[in-house]
Design a protein around this ligand. Structure first.
Ligand code: TYM
Length: 329
């Protein structure tokens, strides 16, 4: 059976981008594949969270993933820092990762531009840790959004390099995965770019209806089309894209027709979009709150997950050590 692995940073709540980019696919896959899901709480240290916030965020993300339908008795759900084999493999992989290629990674270059005051070594080697996350379970498929495509390409490169250096076919080369043909990029509401935690432009599964309505009504638009059947500029295209994710087909067609004959009123479109998002997120929000308040359940999920994840991870690390040449006396 093929292995699937999915991860999310513990730096805040789950937004629609996370959901449609990764979680939805993962939830569908858990019955057909050997599935691992983890919360990347080591990756999240690149932003220097306060200790109390770190724990709180891990708990939030865990509750949200469970509320989305990941079943801890079927999939293996764990917290990255509970599996010390992952940072060990990361350390070993770092010896074959070159500064030049790490510096050229788009996500790293972006961080250098956006936060020049905090360009730490963890950011530089972020793709190496991601590679360790994935290949520690020899994952075949990784459901991700478009924003992680390059990181996954790096993971393949490091896995291939390890195999080549030691003349083995040990690590599987992981494939990015989406149920549709292309990887998804859910846009934010600020007119350009992806929806993201660091971008502060997201609609969260936990947002209450009032917040969602306010955010959607503030989304960037323009003065409206001047000629029939014009191409939609990015901010408008983005609103239609969000509709495709949450609205009925005839609703989308209705607004598309209004756009094409230049009678669209963006206020109406936004109102409809907000209601459709509320309808979509409400059941999740209710479940998240129930799970979040059930400490005994969360404790059981975390310890069961850590045990299952360590079984697979320690086997890999043992074999990797042998391949590298660490022998017992
Ligand atoms: P993170 O926490 O930013 O996002 C988690 C998942 O959500 C997807 N995603 C999106 N998909 C579509 N549109 C968007 N706007 C959008 N925003 C986020 C991401 O592609 C991702 O699949 N580095 C990773 C976490 C990670 C990981 C891993 C993932 C660490 N190790 C190993 C997979 C495998 C990250 O920061 O994702």
């Amino acid at each position: 059976m093929e292995t699937v692995l999915s991860g999310i940073r513990s730096t805040g709540n789950l937004h629609l981008g996370n959901y449609f980019g990764a979680v939805r696919n993962f939830v569908k896959m858990q019955h057909e594949y050997n599935c691992y899901f983890f919360i990347a709480d080591i990756h999240s240290l690149t932003t220097h969270p306060k200790p109390d916030n770190l724990h709180e965020n891990i708990k939030k993300v865990l509750s949200e993933y469970l509320a989305c339908g990941i079943d801890p008795d079927i999939a293996t759900i764990y917290i990255q820092s509970d599996v010390p084999e992952i940072p060990q493999l990361y350390l070993l992989l770092n010896m074959n990762a070159y500064i030049g290629e790490l510096e050229r990674t788009t996500t790293f270059k972006e961080k250098v531009r956006k936060q020049p005051e905090n360009v730490n070594a963890g950011l530089l080697t972020y793709p190496v840790l991601m590679c360790a996350d994935i290949i520690i379970h020899n994952a075949d498929k990784v459901p991700v959004g478009k924003d992680q495509e390059q990181n996954l390409e790096m993971a393949r490169k490091f896995a291939r390099r390890f195999n080549h250096i030691y003349g083995v076919e040990y690590f599987t080369l992981p494939e990015p995965f989406n149920f549709g043909s292309d990887l998804v990029k859910v846009p934010g509401l600020d007119g350009a770019g992806k929806m993201g935690k660091s971008e502060g432009n997201g609609i969260y599964l936990i947002d209450d209806p009032k917040v969602i309505r306010k955010k959607v009504m503030q989304a960037v638009t323009d003065a409206g089309p001047e000629k029939p059947n014009s191409i939609k500029p990015e901010p408008i295209q983005n609103l239609f894209y969000l509709m495709e994710l949450v609205s009925e087909e005839n609703t989308i067609r209705h607004f598309d027709d209004l756009y094409n004959n230049c009678t669209i009123r963006y206020g109406d479109l936004k109102k409809q979009l907000a209601e459709d998002i509320v309808k979509f997120t409400t059941p999740y929000r209710e479940r998240i709150l129930d799970i979040y308040n059930d400490d005994a359940y969360l404790r059981r999920v975390v310890s069961q997950g850590a045990e299952k994840a360590r079984q697979s991870a320690s086997k890999t690390l043992r074999e990797v050590r042998e391949i590298i040449g660490y022998r017992s006396f």
